[in-house]
Design a protein around this ligand. Structure first.
Ligand SMILES: [Zn+2]
Ligand SMILES: [Zn+2]
Length: 307
């Protein structure tokens, strides 16, 4: 298992020991306007980490990777007390409308806004090496497809993990789904699918427009439940360090993601280190990036308040 490093003290300890180049996973980009907590996790700590690294004089480099959850959706219905009992009733972010109409869709809108915000906010600072990965672009990767296949065909095994971590579900009214195809015609994910095992193909009939499609598993598009999508993406990104927040909901998420990755990659190497950052619970109100970086260097508790 990797090590955990806490707050700014942790950043200093981590960078002073580094010997190899780092792939730092910063997390999922929000599909809405970023709050202060998002800035702290996605921008402030990567910047602080990068500054420490550069000022340490080591020749180690770091790349910061972010995930665009374009195959996730908020158009779902929760079926019980455990939020892994769910089914989609709409479209994934990739096929939802841009809220402001300026980009192709909702996920490319928030992806662009993130990049613009970061570029503007870091104008006076050293550039950091950022890579943004769309979940939908990972379908050519075998470890991604393997986890997707599990979610499509054996969701029970993941739901069992989720019940251990998030608690049992009260009487489910209907079976939960964790992934399903996107209809090629109407782009909704509301239909019935059948997995054709011998050919590794998926047949899907849309209950909204009546379209029937059949193709190889790697030749369709999907809706995938949030944590499952992130797990599958992480199996490809294979970070050396992951930045995480320290609140209960988030830590439960983390442990599910790690268990799912481990159960799919038995020969996985040591696992990644974790950089734990405080949970900041407020709207971003007029603080500059430099101010936030100064505050962040003083935070040493799970929760941070902004004056
Ligand atoms: Zn837009
Ligand atoms: Zn359809």
């Amino acid at each position: 298992m990797g090590q955990s490093y806490y707050y700014y003290e942790g950043v200093k300890t981590f960078t002073s020991n580094l010997e190899k180049n780092q792939v730092v996973y910063g997390g999922v980009l929000p599909m809405a306007k970023m709050a202060t907590g998002d800035w702290v996790r996605l921008v402030i700590f990567p910047l602080i980490l990068d500054q420490e690294l550069k000022s340490s004089g080591r020749s180690v480099k770091a790349k910061y990777v972010f995930l665009v959850p374009d195959w996730d959706t908020d158009e779902i219905q929760i079926l019980g007390s455990n939020r892994f009992y769910l089914k989609p009733h709409g479209r994934v972010y990739k096929y939802q409308l841009d809220p402001e109409g300026c980009h192709e869709n909702r996920s490319s809108h928030w992806e662009s806004i993130f990049l613009e915000d970061v570029t503007v906010a870091t104008q006076d600072l050293d550039k950091i090496d950022i890579e943004i990965i769309r979940a939908s672009s990972l379908l050519s990767e075998s470890s991604f497809v393997n986890m997707l296949r599990t979610a499509l065909n054996e969701p029970e095994s993941i739901i069992e993990l989720a019940e251990k971590i998030f608690g049992p579900n009260d009487s489910p009214r209907e079976p939960s789904r964790l992934a399903g195809p996107v209809c090629r015609q109407c782009k909704y994910s509301v239909g019935e699918m059948e997995y054709i095992k011998d050919w590794d193909r998926i047949q899907y009939s849309c209950s909204r427009c009546g379209n029937v499609q059949e193709a190889d598993i790697s030749e369709q598009e999907y809706w995938v439940q949030s944590e499952v999508l992130e797990s599958a993406a992480l199996s490809v990104i294979d970070p050396t360090l992951k930045i995480i927040r320290e609140n209960d909901e988030y830590l439960n998420r983390e442990s599910l993601i790690e268990s799912f990755i481990d159960s799919n990659n038995k020969d996985r190497r040591d696992g990644f280190d974790k950089m734990v950052v405080p949970f900041v619970d407020s709207e971003r109100g007029g603080h500059s990036i430099k101010e936030l970086m100064e505050f962040a260097r003083e935070w040493d508790e799970p929760h941070a308040e902004l004056a």
